[in-house]
Ligand binder design. Sequence first.
Ligand SMILES: C=C1C[C@]23C[C@H]1CC[C@H]2[C@]1(C)CCC[C@@](C)(C(=O)O)[C@H]1[C@@H]3C(=O)O
Ligand SMILES: O=C(O)CCC(=O)C(=O)O
Ligand SMILES: [Fe+2]
Length: 380
Amino acid sequence: MAMECIATVPQRFSVNKAKEDSSIFDAKLLNQHSNHIPQQFVWPDHEKPSTDVQPLQVPLIDLAGFLSGDSLLVSEATRLVSEAATQHGFFLVTNHGVDESLLSRAYLNMDSFFKAPACEKQKAQRKWGESSGYASSFVGRFSSKLPWKETLSFKFSPEEKTHSQTVKDFVSKKMGDGYEDFGKVYQEYAEAMNTLSLKIMELLGMSLGVERRHFREFFEDNESIFRLNYYPQCKQPELALGTGPHCDPTSLTILHQDQVGGLQVFVDNKWKSIPPNPHAFVVNIGDTFMALTNGRYKSCLHRALVNSERERKTFAFFLCPKGDKVVKPPEELVGSLMSREREYPDFTWSMFLEFTQKHYRADMNTLEAFSIWLKSRRNF
Ligand SMILES: C=C1C[C@]23C[C@H]1CC[C@H]2[C@]1(C)CCC[C@@](C)(C(=O)O)[C@H]1[C@@H]3C(=O)O
Ligand SMILES: O=C(O)CCC(=O)C(=O)O
Ligand SMILES: [Fe+2]
């Protein structure tokens, strides 16, 4: 990879306030220059991390067993998923069919990008309102409670629908020569996540008692987001958060975490950890899928902690429907059959995504806030 630029201490956090600019956060440099993290990264007392938490009991779903068609394995998988998704929306998937060598290539390439000089990473700088690109702690996007992380996000749509390799093309366009393998490995990873997410959609459909293909077909032409989360070491991890408390606004999240650990879920009024398992993906229901099930499956509050010893890396694939599709639950999940009135208004994912990128920082109330915002717009 070509690296012409020289790393500099970001002015925004340096002592020299006179040259205030929104240059990017570079944790490596910050960590070298002070024992105290900048105030913008300190979270309020009621949101500060707690590490003495118990692990959340999440079911481990054998996906190959479900796909084998064996009736016992199918009923076990659908029962476990239904129980978890109804309670907190989180479960683990193993025997997922994703190549372990692809995972290790993905982690190796992550190091090479996030350890590059700031101005090299800025070639892919996320633009305001955009959901793709490089972002460092979201300096310039938020003014406080900044997450202690750098991210690189890609838009992904299946090649058979768009006849293009959206991830690989983005890397080539933004980063130029020397990033061919980088683009290839993340294109392959996103395609593997697309395949996996559609299998999980079959499982979710069956667990809800709707047609097995219902949700698979709904997401076949998805317009998803694939994000690399890089959490640098932090000198004061007790004051900071890698990713603040939120529910994913998207439909389904497939997360792979490295061995460091830090993911926590808020269940029964307590933060609980999901310890790393290299052979499993963490899957969680997002707001949009909660709306598609008319509130039956839960999108749950979660966050990511950082630590002072080791950087942490995770891959998050956010399955999202094609932007213009109307998000509404199937008849079977509404009305007299389920004695449930509609919980959420019809909406499109493109409007919901725009809401999170331009109007509202996703937190624990995003879908409610969006529903109110929608109704206020529709009344005019
Ligand atoms: C649609 C999205 C917005 C975020 C990335 C995806 C799904 C998760 C969202 C996010 C991670 C929730 C916490 C706040 C956020 C700003 C972040 O910390 O990155 C959110 C993402 C975003 O808006 O960029
Ligand atoms: O990195 C993690 O452990 C979780 C990140 C997350 O929740 C997200 O990116 O939405
Ligand atoms: Fe999340």
